[in-house]
Design a protein around this ligand. Structure first.
Ligand SMILES: O=C(O)CCC(=O)C(=O)O
Length: 252
């Protein structure tokens, strides 16, 4: 599978998602920025607890409510490549559904295959509800648990399983109907990624962003990020209103 470099136009990324269900974009974050993000995240991972079921793993640490805990990831959640692709896949009224830091430690077994779109069982079959992104903070390899993608599964076909290997600082994108899962970590070091999922503005967010990011913190975020976490209206201004007004006004 051809991997895309950031300098390749987003059309190619979008085409890969339409054709295969996913795309891998190499070298998106430059080295110095990546180092800063990794340093910040390593102290947060120290405080994170291990999963307690097969889906979340027993040797995997997850950080939820990411945007309440650090500003280091704002550049990722609002990265132009991610937002352009999200708009192309979901349309203009998308929002952040969930943000999770995922550290898969050595000894973890493979996660069951799943689709994020299954969170919304009654949505019309031709509607794509979710675009997932994974920012790789470490290398993603076959041995350390790189995400597995079932090619063309978003089209109802079961193509080959592709291991989404990528260097640190890359961006892996897949849509909500794509079958995927974290792999087993058979290596001696952790696999670390930051997973931001975007969904349609008229759906419930997976993570309750209004409580995960308390309003005093939300009030200090850049406006684009405030809108992204849900302080926006959708469906031609009819959903998400407060007194028939844009909810962002309550934050200002
Ligand atoms: O960590 C990964 O590679 C994928 C994780 C995932 O799909 C999930 O936890 O829902």
């Amino acid at each position: 599978m051809q991997k895309i470099n950031e300098r390749i136009p987003s059309d190619k990324i979008i085409a890969d998602i339409h054709t295969n269900g996913f795309a891998i974009v190499e070298n998106v974050i430059e080295e110095q920025a990546l180092r800063r993000i990794k340093t910040e995240m390593s102290s947060l991972f120290e405080l994170a607890s291990f999963g307690e079921n097969e889906f979340h793993g027993y040797r995997t640490r997850r950080i939820h409510g990411l945007l309440a805990k650090t500003r280091a990831l704002d550049v990722l959640v609002m990265h132009p490549v991610a937002l352009v692709v999200a708009e192309a896949i979901l349309g203009a009224e998308f929002q952040l559904s969930i943000g999770v830091g995922i550290e898969i430690l050595p000894g973890e077994s493979a996660q069951p295959l799943h689709r994020e779109g299954d969170l919304y069982p009654s949505v019309r079959a031709d509607v794509t509800t979710v675009l997932s992104s994974m920012w790789t903070l470490t290398e993603f390899t076959e041995r350390n648990g790189a995400t597995r993608m079932v090619r063309e599964s978003h089209l109802g076909r079961e193509g080959a399983t592709v291991v989404a290997t990528a260097g640190p600082g890359s961006l892996i994108l897949w849509q909500g109907k794509t079958l995927h899962a974290a792999g087993a970590n058979l290596d001696s070091t952790s696999r670390i990624g930051i997973n931001f999922d975007y969904n349609l503005g008229w759906l419930r967010q997976q993570e309750n962003q209004y409580l995960s990011i308390p309003p005093p913190i939300a009030a200090r975020l850049p406006e684009r990020l405030q809108r992204l976490i849900g302080y926006q209206m959708s469906s031609r201004g009819r959903l998400g209103q407060v007194n028939f007004e844009d909810p962002i006004r309550l934050l200002q």
